[in-house]
Design a protein around this ligand. Sequence first.
Ligand SMILES: NC(=O)c1ccc[n+]([C@@H]2O[C@H](COP(=O)([O-])OP(=O)(O)OC[C@H]3O[C@@H](n4cnc5c(N)ncnc54)[C@H](O)[C@@H]3O)[C@@H](O)[C@H]2O)c1
Length: 245
Amino acid sequence: MDFTNKVALVTGAAVGIGRATAILLAQNGAKLVLVDINSEKLEALKAELAEYGDKILTFVCDVSNEQCVYEVAEESLKAFGKIDILVNNAALWRSKSSFLNTPTEEWKKYIDINVMGTVYFTKAVLPSMLEHSWGRVINVASVAGVYGNANMAHYSATKGAVIAFTKALAKEVTDKGVLVNSVSPGSVSPSDNYDIDHTQESTLSFMGRTGSDRENANLIYFLASDAASYISGQNIQIDGCRKKQ
Ligand SMILES: NC(=O)c1ccc[n+]([C@@H]2O[C@H](COP(=O)([O-])OP(=O)(O)OC[C@H]3O[C@@H](n4cnc5c(N)ncnc54)[C@H](O)[C@@H]3O)[C@@H](O)[C@H]2O)c1
């Protein structure tokens, strides 16, 4: 798939699925805007992609900071003239606690980053897509948003919201050339593993293993491409045939 002349913005790009997506898009000609709060890991990725040089911009920005999100979009549009592809991947997901033991502040933090971060970036970037009558918004959700994970009610609720947002927005903009989908990974190999092909045993899928970062990135990259021209408003699970919890 050829992404020459396409500009893609990936949030939470420094590690894991975001990093693997950035690598695949860069290798296939895309100009990239990479966003993360982890400046050290973001710089490491920029160094890793050094051969693509001035086709890559990086921004340290918290997706829940609306003003920062608009500044990133503005600077990116100034540099590249448009943004064609938005991958809303940044999220919090690691904390586990029973519903009654999850403080309200934790709920708000998850909603601010996982839901509002997705909303802010989509709002900031969508006008450029509509202007060019071509766009792809790919929201990274989770099987937790489909089935609900015990002791992760706060996380599950945010990913359910992301899936519903995806389906609703698609109905507003698909006829204008902007296709909106979400992907819902099951268990993914540890995102701090440098090897994007790494998998490990897992009892949560009938495949008996986790998915690699590259496998997840492959789906995102396909949905971002011209080849996915008849897919919009979908949530696509990528979970090795999940054993529903
Ligand atoms: N790893 C899994 O098992 C799994 C399963 C289902 C869904 N997901 C989803 O996949 C996506 C990526 O997860 P992952 O495990 O590959 O990576 P991860 O969770 O380890 O890292 C996500 C990246 O997002 C960045 N980030 C976090 N908060 C941010 C913020 N406020 N602003 C900007 N950047 C921020 C982090 O610094 C990190 O680089 C997330 O949306 C996650 O919910 C992951």
